[in-house]
Write a protein that binds this ligand. Sequence first.
Ligand code: F6P
Length: 335
Amino acid sequence: MKKIGILTSGGDAPGMNACVRASVRAALANHLEIFGIRWGYAGLIRGDMIPLDRRAVANIIQQGGTILGTARSEEFRTKEGRARAINMLQDTGIEGLILIGGDGSFRGGTLLSQECGVSVVGIPGTIDNDCYGTDYTIGFDTAINTALEAIDRIRDTATAHDRLFFVEVMGRHTGFIALESGIAGGAEEFLIPEIPMSIDELSGRLQENFKEGKRSAIVVVAEAEQPGESFHIAQEVKDKTGFDSRVCILGNIQRGGAPTARDRVLASRLGATAVQALIDGKGGYMIGEVNREITYTPLKDTWEKKKAGHYLKIRGFSRGNQGRFFAHRLSFRPG
Ligand code: F6P
């Protein structure tokens, strides 16, 4: 293998730049040429790529976003779109491709590798942490720390006013961000999509808490299917309990900012390992980290298999057993 490409796809995540940097440096150290493909699959279809050298990735380890740009490409979902992308890869002689993204990007990567002879390796980069095959995705740690900082600030004003707050965090169809930022922030209740809970139950629990002397509370809500749903939830809780509240939607703030040390280290390790995987002929896998060990998960599994249950279980957050303490405090999205 002489020439490889790298792209970032889907929602950006802090640490993507650290990953690009590590892959570039590892590629050059192994005498490979490496091209940065701009704007994800959309750029691949257009042939928008630039050669990357050591200098091109200098001083980016601390930067959020992605120097390559990213996008969600509708065209790449079509066979015709992918055929154009394959032509571009063949024209430029790229034999191996590193994809940094989430499960949607890996779905596209699986099809791409099935439809052409290029070796494709995935690296999990999304704040959502919803990729099967890795304990953590690049960007998750930064995102939960950003959310935590916001929760801590909201705690101050909630306490000062004796108020109930609904704090809505990102995470698409999963509650990883809600769970970890909420636990760290001492949230009173959680609404996450993994286990549904009705408004009645949530209202009852809040009422119980307030009867026992609580004067303020924070409910962390995962955005799930409908970002902004917290406003409706707050209104419904008010209708049932009379509790006035404030709603805070953290939104895309969670995607920006300098990556934490943990994200930079994870990104650097996975970025360098991905290059080695291409050299070793291990295409078709996502490189992840489970119990701090590098793992190779077939790309197909990363989006076909669900991480949620497994993740909650290994961390002891399942209902029953030692997760009881959390389970009884966790409230979940209305079903
Ligand atoms: O996948 C990352 C993510 O931030 C999700 O948590 C969120 O649902 C989505 O992207 C938002 O995407 P956009 O910024 O394109 O609206």
